[in-house]
Design a protein around this ligand. Structure first.
Ligand code: DGY
Length: 332
């Protein structure tokens, strides 16, 4: 019998997908650092029964219309704003993501980015490597304290909660804003729920961890940066499009806010000519929130398990479109 075909849109280590290879025909885009061209993806989805996709792939109506045999798409990310989930559900395709396995790693990076931005660690590294260090001086590369300051977390999901846990180790006051209250964070970590307006106007560190949706697109704009403290540092480890980048640039340039740590950008990848990269008070990372070796392997393995489950008629471990589950797994 012909084996079912799983198409992987980026080169992944062979041993990481071994469990798929034992049951299915696995085809893969051969480049590790280059996204699959749209025309190749359109061609390949027509022959596939399942896909492992990256957050850089736009899985829209056109792609889904070509995916007539695809039963499951496992996105190698917790975020799924790159997929038209509504249309995929209409087409009967299960959409899976990779929550939980990346929570601690992404929270570590988020807090690290906050620390690097506040204490000017990247600037200091460049300063010494460029041979500019002439001697100790009282205010040399003086940054901002982190301990005992107020952190405001916008989007108190699993990652937000673990960032808050990190913040307790620095005796920070923790504010958060979310669609729903996170009682665990309030009771265990002492986080205080507040309005978005109160959070942005009182926090020393505004940390964005909210998913990108039509409601959060450009949530951080000119008016919002204006309300922040002039000493505030803005951290974004969610999605670039949650921010109006031109407004952020202006706010940083004019001193309306003090700095920004950015792991994500509106259109990725960005080149060195991007205006935000020209500012000394910006620490920029190439979307590496969950990128530790262990976590990326765990994410790949979870994608493989989800595909195996769906293709063998079982429920996936982590599903985005719960409606799919209700319709296809009536026996559960
Ligand atoms: C995700 O998984 O959505 C994150 O952006 C990875 O860093």
């Amino acid at each position: 019998m012909k084996k079912l075909v799983v198409y992987v849109t980026r080169k992944l280590p062979d041993d990481s997908i071994q469990r798929l290879k034992s049951q299915f025909e696995v085809k893969m885009w051969p480049m590790e650092n280059e996204a699959i061209p749209r025309d190749v993806l359109l061609e390949e989805v027509q022959k596939a029964d399942a896909l492992i996709t990256m957050l850089s792939d736009q899985i829209d109506r056109q792609i889904l219309n070509h995916a007539s045999n695809v039963k499951v798409i496992a996105n190698l990310a917790v975020g799924f704003d790159n997929i038209d989930v509504h249309y995929a559900t209409e087409k009967g395709i299960a959409i899976c993501n990779t929550p939980d396995v990346l929570t601690d790693t992404t929270a570590d990076l988020t807090f690290g980015l906050l620390m690097a931005t506040a204490r000017r660690i990247v600037e200091a590294d460049q300063y010494i490597k460029k041979g500019q260090w002439r001697g100790w001086s009282p205010l040399l590369l003086a940054g901002q304290d982190i301990h005992h300051k107020t952190i405001g977390i916008v989007g108190m999901g699993k990652i937000g909660e673990v960032v808050a846990k990190r913040a307790t180790g620095f005796d920070m006051e923790i504010l958060y804003h979310n669609r729903s209250r996170n009682m665990n964070a309030e009771i265990k970590l002492g986080a205080q729920y507040c309005s978005f307006e109160e959070l942005i106007s009182t926090s020393d560190f505004v940390v964005c961890l909210t998913p990108l949706t039509s409601q959060t697109k450009e949530l951080f704009n000119k008016a919002v940066f204006k309300q922040m403290k002039r000493s505030a540092i803005f951290i974004n480890a969610a999605r670039g499009a949650v921010v109006n980048e031109a407004d952020l640039y202006e706010a940083l340039l004019s001193g309306e806010i003090a700095g920004a740590g950015l792991d994500v950008f509106e259109v990725e990848p960005i080149g060195a000519e991007h205006p935000l990269l020209t500012l000394p008070n910006v620490v920029a990372l190439p979307h590496i929130g969950s990128s530790s070796f262990d976590t990326r392997m765990n994410m790949i393995d979870l994608c493989c398990r989800n595909i195996m489950h769906v293709l063998t008629g079982e429920a996936p471990e982590t599903i985005v479109n719960k409606e799919w589950l209700l319709k296809h797994m009536k026996h559960l």
